[in-house]
Design a protein around this ligand. Structure first.
Ligand code: XIL
Length: 372
């Protein structure tokens, strides 16, 4: 269902279009001779257009109006091969993010080799369609190349490798990637301290601060995020993520915010999410919804699709209402290309567009939530 606001905006938009068309027509008439039949022809074509309602605004139009980044992770192969995928992507979103191709194993496959081809294709697509780009990710415990995991590095060597990678990648996309997930999933699910990864083992806990500093040196204008799951939920992990980000911030580390992944499998507590965003705000940290999807048991039933719509749109509404949240990214926009069926067999249908790129109830609900 369209909201009253959306309908109103559409009506105002179509009225405006009629006024503009009439003005253009009047102008043409003035330039033409009195006997020029085109002026009367064009006037008569305007009249039926006035009674034709303008199409409802796209998500992209709503996002631009509301100063929001509404984006999605992009599957590099679909981007290359599927015109339909590209069409919906460019029509509905004003931000894109590489689902895999900017991760270590893809972009830095050998110690002395960087491969920017797929990342460059995404950035070029974004530039052609006037979209912004999120970069993902510069230090993580997964999707690392074997050469890195096998490398025998002391602390100084590991710092040099991390610096080279971050400065090369962030430097390559300087001015083109507006937000980076610098460190991904460094907080363990339970217990204290940091999650084991190659950087913790070789450098120690200050790898986080170093990673943010290297990224900031390479592109001082890019916004830098710590990104994780369970970062705005119930429980201790959220508190530990907030504490980590706040302590980096108060130490003067160039961190701008916390990315909240939101791979949703159960109900959401919107009050808790709003509270987390407010706590982050008090620590002078932005928040970004970075990887939203809502997994359903397949085949998805109508009531599950309705509940999915509530979860997606409730999440966007919380972000829109928070002064420090201006970014809402899906982890894939179509069920045709989503990581969920592989990650969690028996589940899927996790995105707002179906396998035929048609909007599901979740998309209509998201459009409503984006109207502010
Ligand atoms: C996932 C991709 O979607 C998959 O295609 C890939 O096989 C594994 O990684 N958290 C993250 C993302 O930060 O990078 C992950 O992406 C999903 C979970």
């Amino acid at each position: 269902m369209l909201t009253r606001d959306v309908i109103q905006a559409a009506l105002i938009g179509s009225l405006r279009a009629v006024v503009m068309m009439s003005a253009v027509t009047a102008g043409l008439g003035a330039c033409s001779s009195a006997s020029d039949s085109t002026s009367s022809t064009s006037t008569s074509t305007v009249v039926p257009a006035a009674s034709k309602p303008r199409a409802a605004p796209t998500m992209r139009e709503l996002a631009d109006r509301g100063d929001l980044n509404i984006g999605t992770a992009v599957d590099a192969t679909a981007l290359k091969d599927e015109a339909g995928y590209r069409k919906v992507l460019a029509r509905e979103f004003n931000m894109v993010e590489a689902e895999n191709v900017m991760k270590w194993e893809a972009i830095h496959p050998a110690a002395d080799t960087y491969d920017f081809a797929a990342g460059d294709a995404l950035v070029a697509f974004a530039r052609r369609h006037d979209m912004t780009v999120r970069g993902h990710t510069l230090a993580w415990h997964q999707q690392n190349p074997k050469w890195l995991l096998d490398a025998d590095m002391d602390r100084a060597q590991a710092i040099a490798v991390l610096r080279d990678h971050i400065q090369t990648v962030v430097g390559h996309y300087r001015g083109q990637v507006t937000q980076w997930d610098v460190v991904n999933e460094a907080v363990p699910d339970t217990g204290s301290g940091l999650r084991d990864n190659v950087w913790l083992r070789t450098i120690g806990p200050d790898y986080l601060a170093l990673a943010f500093r290297f990224a900031h040196e390479a592109d001082p204008a890019a916004k830098l995020f710590y990104n994780d799951y369970d970062s705005a939920g119930v429980g201790k992990k959220t508190d530990r993520i907030l504490a980590l980000a706040a302590s980096l911030k108060s130490d003067g580390v160039p961190i701008d915010g916390i990315g909240i992944q939101f791979h949703v499998y159960s109900s959401l507590d919107f009050d808790k999410i709003a509270k987390m965003m407010a706590t982050a705000d008090r620590a002078n940290l932005e928040v970004a919804v970075t990887e939203a999807d809502v997994a359903l048991k397949t085949p998805a039933q109508p009531d599950a699709l309705a509940q999915q719509a509530e979860r997606f749109s409730g999440l966007l509404a919380v972000c829109v209402a928070a002064p420090n949240c201006d970014t809402f990214n899906l982890w894939g926009f179509t069920d045709r290309h989503s990581w969920i069926p592989d990650f969690l067999p028996g589940f899927g249908a996790a995105t707002p567009f179906d396998e035929n790129l048609q909007p599901k109830p979740a998309w209509k609900a998201l459009l409503k939530a984006a109207t502010r």
